[in-house]
Design a protein around this ligand. Structure first.
Ligand code: ASP
Ligand code: MG
Length: 436
């Protein structure tokens, strides 16, 4: 069971989490995020230190410290556990304050980012102690690891975690941190922002759990972006493939990488709402019944690159050479469309855009369109449902379309539009493809 930042962000919410994890009797690993706002605050502290602005860093440390000094007396009621919490907070803020005196580097940055999950799990564990609920504290740094490419080492994680768990044959509740891990240099590292979901899915896969529950503050994945369109509804069931498409394309509820570990070991994933625990939520599993369009999502900040070359005509190996350029700069490609003499791709990581363009020029003319958005339409799009694509296209008659990718998988149609058309596209698709 994984609980996100808002689910632990207030003392009364932590009490709710306690209620939820003690309802059943299956042994449960509880993965917690940092309290909402904390990781952002830690990033701010790190940024100030990186910029050499110690007084700003100090100001930010003090502000975060004050937040915790208010948090723990509302969470805990008994003197001994309050004293424990005070000591936990003192230890972690002493650590942050020491960093003001030493020189900053990347490893220290990651140490700073790890503080949020360390504090939240320790405070929560102290709450369980106060309530005399037996639990085991499971430091994630003892078993979560990533390799030199920052990829989680699922095999090793499984081995280590299984060995640790075997020491507690009667253990019922285990409390651990999301997001944080050790890297190949044995330094503290993390699974990138939002990575607690990934932790939960990796753990679920590592121990072949019966289910991986992701508890957030919304009642499952919705069929469109509730921040943009008026009418949306939660999707009851999704296949792993459909969920992976949606998670990447902006459905902020789930970290995109968190699908594959669960999928690998066929562990069903449930998205549930801490604020409304009886809501059905979304169940993600191997196969589901599906017909027509199930959901729509969008992702901003996309750049399209078109490479045009008459040499591509009847040539082989051309795409490989183009892709190699992106590989060299570790830049993932999201969408591709090709014609006989041109290929368009999209990327969202612009860190090496200039170098990539310079190298692509060797193949032909290169055009770049920034500020694009991918609209992703997920469902059973290809074989069974005649006309599914028609309703999609009909909905978009007034919107200029830059790229269309159809048939790459049977779950997805992706459409690239200029960012200014994202909201109108989501709105008209919402009315055009769903039966309300
Ligand atoms: N606390 C981390 C973040 O805010 C990880 C997470 O919450 O999933 O990104
Ligand atoms: Mg999250």
């Amino acid at each position: 069971m994984k609980f996100g930042g808002t689910s632990v962000g207030r003392p009364e919410r932590m009490h709710q989490v306690k209620d939820l994890i003690t309802r059943g009797d299956e042994p449960t690993i509880v993965v917690l995020s940092a309290l909402s706002g904390t990781t952002n605050a830690l990033v701010g502290i790190s940024d100030a230190l990186a910029a050499g602005d110690k007084s700003l860093a100090k100001e930010r440390i003090d502000a975060l410290h004050a937040h915790y000094l208010e948090f723990y007396p509302a969470l805990l009621k008994k003197a001994p556990t309050q004293a424990k919490a005070e000591a936990i907070i003192r230890e972690h803020f002493e650590f942050l304050n020491i960093l003001l005196k030493i020189s900053f580097n990347e490893a220290i940055n990651r140490d700073i980012l790890a503080q949020g999950e360390l504090i939240s799990t320790k405070l929560f564990y102290t709450l369980l102690e106060e309530l005399e609920i037996p639990a085991v504290f499971l430091p994630a740094l003892d078993f979560m690891s990533i390799d030199e490419n920052s990829e989680p080492e699922l095999g090793k994680i499984s081995e280590k975690l299984t060995a640790i768990l075997s020491k507690y044959p009667d253990g019922r509740l285990f409390i651990t941190q999301g997001y944080i891990c050790k890297n190949h240099k044995n330094e503290v590292d993390n699974l990138k922002r939002g990575g607690s979901d990934y932790t939960a899915s990796l753990i679920a896969a590592a121990i072949k759990a019966s289910v991986c529950e992701i508890w957030t503050d919304i009642d499952g994945m919705h069929n469109n972006d509730p921040r943009i369109v008026d009418r949306t509804r939660p999707i009851a069931e999704l296949s792993f493939d459909e969920a992976a498409e949606l998670a990447y394309f902006g459905a902020k509820i789930l970290h995109p990488a968190s699908i594959w570990p669960a999928q690998l070991h066929k562990v069903p994933v449930r998205l549930l709402n801490t604020m409304d625990p009886s809501a059905q939520g979304t169940l993600i599993k191997e196969t589901v019944e599906s017909r027509g369009v199930k959901a729509i999502a969008a992702k901003d900040g996309i750049t399209a690159i078109k490479i045009k070359s008459s040499r591509m005509l009847l040539a082989y190996g051309f795409l490989r050479r183009i892709f190699e350029v992106f590989e060299k700069y570790k830049t993932p490609i999201d969408m591709i469309t090709t014609s006989e003499v041109a290929v368009s791709v999209t990327i969202d990581d612009l860190s090496h855009l200039e170098q990539i363009i310079a190298e692509l020029r060797a193949f032909g003319t290169v055009e770049v369109d920034r500020d694009q958005a991918i609209i992703c339409i997920v469902g059973n799009m290809v074989s069974e449902t005649k006309g599914a694509i028609k309703s999609v296209m009909d909905s978009l008659v007034d919107i200029p379309i830059r790229m269309v990718s159809y048939g790459g998988s049977r779950h997805n149609v992706s459409i690239l539009v200029d960012a200014q058309y994202k909201i109108p596209a989501l709105k008209s698709l919402n009315e055009g493809v769903f039966r309300w």
